[in-house]
Design a protein around this ligand. Sequence first.
Ligand SMILES: *Cc1c(COP(=O)(O)O)cnc(C)c1O
Length: 439
Amino acid sequence: MKPHPSRRAVLGAAPLAAALRLDDKPALLGGAPVRSEPFPAWPVFGEPEEQALLRTLRSGNWYRGNGGNVRRFEEAYARATGARRCLATCNGTSALFVSLNALDVQPGDEVVIPPYTFIATVNVVLRQFALPVFVDTDPETFQMDPGKLEAAITDRTRAIIPVHLGGNVCDLDRILAIARARNIPVIEDACQAHMAEWRNQKAGTLGATGCFSFQASKNLNSGEGGAMLTNDEALYERAYAFHNNGSGLKAIGSNFTYASTGHNLRLTEFQAALLLEQMARLDAQIRARSANGARLASLLEQIPGIRPARQYPGCTLNAYHLFMFRYDAAEFSGLPRDMFLKALRAEGIPASGGYSPLNTQPFLKNTLNSRGYRRLFSEKTLKEWPERTACPANGRLCSEAVWFTQNMLLGPRSGMDSIAAAIERIRRHAGSLARLASA
Ligand SMILES: *Cc1c(COP(=O)(O)O)cnc(C)c1O
């Protein structure tokens, strides 16, 4: 793992501290905020998007059966990622859903997933009436802990879904090696990791499938949308049929015969038109996030009590859908995280505390206790499940995490300096803020 640089107190150096007004009162205590201008807005769009949407509207060809945008987008995204095949879907959840079905994951199977993810990763497993088995999180990287993966696998495990959370990449070398040794397919949930890289290959192209979301908050955006990548032609054909009501590539819209069961999970021509234009902006946005993310990490690593998520050595490009770090209240005079977040927002720096633990959500226990699950799994399996999927490191991480969103990394580098300055100012006045919190 890449070591932290030494904590040279760059921010604390006298001239810089004065320039950044680190000793000024925090905004929450009545001082002037570090930032008064907003971070870059999201989404980013202009004339090309307007024209593309108008062209599609006027063509009257609004779905993939009679237009060409979806096909063109699939080809462009496959080319950009180096995948052999891309299947566009109506969202990222359905890309995962298509993957599970194309890989024949069935009711009664087990699927291994991380607990530090968006809820969709869990929901697709439950919709398949399979058992989600959680692997604890490596708090250094915020990713699935590869050292704990092996213990989660049984002879009922039919898929592993690692998530490249926040655009950082999980330890694919170790995860893929464990999966290959047992012949278990890996579905990469790359919904937050467009164009991220593992050893210079794009995330989402190393597993059996890779799944992406183009929902409004994501780094590539069409409001809603998704895609599945694969290098396996037969799997692609099963996936295509499943997303098209079971109607396979050769049968589309023609003879009403079916290859399998399926759904309608197709992307529209409007979304594909938008995505093709948004892709033209992607390279510049990736470069900005990557440079600003690295800069911000190097600044925040110097502040006691702030530990940015690290990258595994194999991660050659972090897509920075989120900038994530751990906050240690002990280094901030015991200032609770919620109050730290509030103080940051007051300085003009929007921040959130991120996910809550998924493995202990009450709805999950209720689902596993339902009539269907009790038919599919033995009493022993369901009884042992809570302890088997306990994730103590993840629980701690959820209480310490702080996130910034990707759009904050799209502006000039001075924005990163303002974030670091706000945090350092809060740390210097943490005692007063903590007294305010307990008052
Ligand atoms: C956004 C997201 C999804 C689901 O994508 P949608 O397009 O919202 O359906 C799945 N997994 C992760 C990790 C995500 O961030």
